[in-house]
Design a protein around this ligand. Structure first.
Ligand SMILES: [Zn+2]
Ligand SMILES: [Zn+2]
Length: 344
């Protein structure tokens, strides 16, 4: 089969590899029907994910059809259409039992697919702990509708959940990239009083204006003043930092009102400064990232009810044989790309 492979820092290649085998009774083999490229794949390519293993097939955003299951798998069977979770987790350890599946202590726990073990930018993928890592796609939900459930949409859903958004809140989301938009869609489910999105790219700001006309849009330079003008208590009640830019962490806490919750979803390239003397007396609560992707069934239910729709994010479509080109467009943010869909 064809598999897009991490060779070394700066180099991915489409290689011919054998179809993976079931290795453990809890594994499933999934025939990938549609996949995508995530910024985390680019982090691997650029060598900033030290635990990524050269030689592995990359890719951790995909949907497909179960081809084979190990003897202990009970939640899915061959022929089922499934969304694959970016995280594999055992379901039994202390962290899994508390819903902190990102911190699962199993050797395959956490983000393994397409990082430490072979992922899904390929024709087939072996999914460990299939009972936890695969979610059946409801009738009537297409592959494109379900494509982001296991990764960026799970992240947005988790970010909205831990941010404790209430109906009287002004919510500021920093960053309108794909995960920022997913966070926006999930924040909307909580019906806050208003949502403000801060985005430096004009193109992405315009995407928000075009698709979500109720959302207020601002730019980083004017963000602090804009949020103060458009909130009741000197800042946002909830800030979700999804951008991961050079100054966006500082912007996040500066835009928060006293006693706000500031949730950090972004993955930074370098350490950030927490200037405690400057924020003394502001009594902020910080929550930090690493998605707990354990709500996929609920997310798929919301999609089937028409309450979440991420299909506008898919701006470009390719086949697996064209994946080099898909990366070129996505990595260089060409041609107004937000997300690509790669069909197998
Ligand atoms: Zn990802
Ligand atoms: Zn676990």
């Amino acid at each position: 089969m064809l598999a897009y492979t991490y060779i070394e820092k700066g180099l991915f290649k489409l290689l011919e590899k054998p179809v993976p085998l079931i290795e453990k009774p809890t594994d499933a083999l999934v025939r990938v029907t549609l996949g995508s490229i995530c910024t985390s794949d680019l982090h691997i390519k650029h060598g900033s994910v030290p635990r990524a293993v050269p030689g592995i097939t990359v890719g951790h955003e995909m949907v497909g059809v179960v081809e084979k299951t190990g003897t202990d798998v009970i939640s899915v069977k061959p022929g089922d259409r499934v969304a694959v979770n970016v995280e594999t987790f055992c379901g039994h350890c202390f962290f899994c039992q508390h819903g902190y599946v990102n911190n699962c202590t199993d050797p395959d726990g956490g983000w393994a697919l397409g990082c430490r073990i072979d992922g899904g930018q390929a024709e087939y993928v072996r999914v460990p702990h299939a009972d936890q890592g695969l979610t059946r796609i409801p009738e009537g939900v297409s592959d494109e509708q379900a494509l982001f459930v296991g990764d960026i949409l799970a992240t947005g859903f988790w970010a909205a959940r831990i941010s404790e958004i209430a109906e009287e809140d002004t919510v500021l989301i920093i960053g309108a990239g794909p995960t920022g938009v997913c966070t926006l869609l999930c924040a909307e489910l909580k019906r806050p009083k208003r949502i403000i999105v801060c985005e430096k790219s004009k193109e992405r700001a315009n995407f928000i204006r075009a698709h979500y006309p109720d959302v207020l849009v601002t730019y980083p330079e004017e963000c602090v003043a804009f949020v103060r003008t458009h909130s009741e208590h000197g800042g946002a009640d909830v800030v979700v930092e999804v951008a991961g830019g050079n100054d966006t962490f500082q912007l996040a806490w500066q835009c928060a009102r006293p006693n706000a919750i500031v949730t950090i979803v972004a993955m930074y390239d370098r350490p950030q400064v927490l200037p405690l003397p400057d924020m003394y007396g502001k009594n902020l609560t910080f929550k930090t990232g690493g998605v707990d992707g354990c709500d996929c069934a609920e997310i798929l239910r919301l999609i089937s009810e028409g309450r979440i729709d991420t299909t506008p994010l898919i701006t470009h479509r390719y086949s697996l044989s064209q994946i080099e080109e898909a990366y070129r467009i996505f990595e260089n943010r060409l041609d107004g790309v937000i997300k690509v869909a790669v069909s197998q």
